[in-house]
Design a protein around this ligand. Structure first.
Ligand SMILES: Cc1cc2nc3c(=O)[nH]c(=O)nc-3n(C[C@H](O)[C@H](O)[C@H](O)COP(=O)(O)OP(=O)(O)OC[C@H]3O[C@@H](n4cnc5c(N)ncnc54)[C@H](O)[C@@H]3O)c2cc1C
Ligand code: FES
Length: 336
């Protein structure tokens, strides 16, 4: 067991068989982070004294310059000795439900489109989460964990459901789609993430999802539907895919109380020609453009949640900035 001392906050915590970031979050410390998989760089800290080793040597958020400056990624660094470090801490990052490591057994799957499948797991140790959060899945045969967002809502956290899009040539998704069978168990760790539904903020909600971003937005819509504090609010859900065969999600929203009166679903495709076999008479365009066209000047009145591939997230971010939506009203976890 190693002890990590945060020199800039006069806090020390134990780190045993864990990364520095996750050990801190498990102990209620608000260590800054976002993706948890070595890509964003938000969790970078400075090593003042001691020795650490990185899980992932090729992490995109860690460059030669960082190495030379003795900067490491909290989500990838494991201590080899007691350490003294300097890191960004904010109350905002403290976990409402502290992340736990447990085993999850797959009990059901459902295909949602040609390349999106819902995987439903039952946990050995129940772990509650907030709508919009994600977990790390250790897929057998794959090096490193992958992050996936839960799509269900839960009080006790006995089940975690994930809507996962098959990535072309992807290591984890190939195993999940082609090898993992009902009855199999995997290791999971969570919940993580800051893009959860703010039930204490009485604003209308705008959910923007593209492709793999469906899962956390469905969870947010489900929690919104049952939230007493948001009972007089409206939710607009814009879902984008390339062609008609990529569009899904409506049946899940249709089953919610308030669908059609205060919960609205707006699908859009960006490249209808990519699916010549299915006719499409709905909206054509990218989700950020559809949101702008639909709500225009009214956008700053919304609490906005979004998830999807990096290009979509960047386009949404730019549009929200141009439309003067305050940054504090926009919530997303970048998917890498
Ligand atoms: C916060 C977050 C939430 C996400 N939620 C969803 C979701 O709900 N649904 C969904 O379909 N996708 C989601 N993703 C994307 C998902 O995590 C995977 O990137 C995607 O499924 C492709 O994985 P793959 O292994 O099949 O593809 P690959 O191309 O084999 O792997 C791609 C990803 O794995 C990372 N990676 C590679 N090696 C390692 C390693 N050693 N350790 C850790 N990471 C490594 C890469 O940086 C890249 O991000 C989310 C990503 C993030 C960051
Ligand atoms: S690189 Fe560690 S949280 Fe993103």
């Amino acid at each position: 067991m190693a002890q990590i001392t945060l020199t800039n906050a006069d806090i020390a915590f134990d780190c045993s068989d864990d990364t520095v970031l996750r050990a801190a979050l498990r102990q209620g410390i608000g260590f800054a982070y976002e993706c948890n998989v070595g890509s964003c760089g938000t969790c970078r800290f400075e090593l003042i004294e001691g020795e650490v080793v990185h899980d992932r040597a090729d992490a995109p958020g860690w460059t030669e310059r960082h190495r030379q400056r003795k900067q490491y990624l909290g989500c990838q660094a494991r201590p080899l000795t007691d350490c003294r470090i300097k890191a960004i801490l904010r109350d905002h990052y403290k976990s409402r439900h502290k992340p736990v490591r447990t085993e999850a057994r797959l009990f059901e799957t459902e295909d949602l489109t040609h390349d999106i499948r819902e995987f439903r797991f039952r946990l050995a140790d129940a772990a509650p989460f907030l709508a919009g959060q994600y977990a790390l899945l250790y897929v057998p045969g794959v090096i490193g964990a992958r992050a996936y967002s839960m799509c269900n809502v839960t009080d006790d956290g006995a089940e975690w459901h994930f809507q996962i899009k098959r990535a072309p040539g992807g290591a984890a998704t190939a195993q999940l789609f082609d090898t993992l069978a009902v009855g199999d168990a995997i290791r999971v760790d969570g919940p993580y993430g800051m893009a959860y539904l703010r039930e204490d903020i009485p604003r209308d909600v705008l959910c923007l999802a593209g492709g793999s971003g469906l899962s956390p937005m469905i969870s947010i819509a489900r929690q919104f539907a049952q939230s007493e504090r948001l009972a007089d609010r409206t939710l607009h859900f814009i879902y984008g895919g390339r062609g008609a065969r990529d569009i899904c999600g409506e049946p899940m929203l249709q089953s919610l109380p308030g669908f059609g009166t205060r919960i609205f679903y707006h699908p859009a495709v960006s490249a209808p020609e990519s699916d010549p076999e299915t006719s499409w008479s709905g909206r054509v365009g990218f989700v950020h453009a559809v949101a702008q066209e639909m709500h225009g000047e009214k956008l700053p009145g919304f609490e906005v949640y979004y998830a999807g591939p990096p290009a979509m997230a960047q386009a949404v971010q730019k549009m929200l900035y141009e439309m003067k939506v305050p940054a504090a009203q926009a919530h997303f976890d970048q998917f890498y």
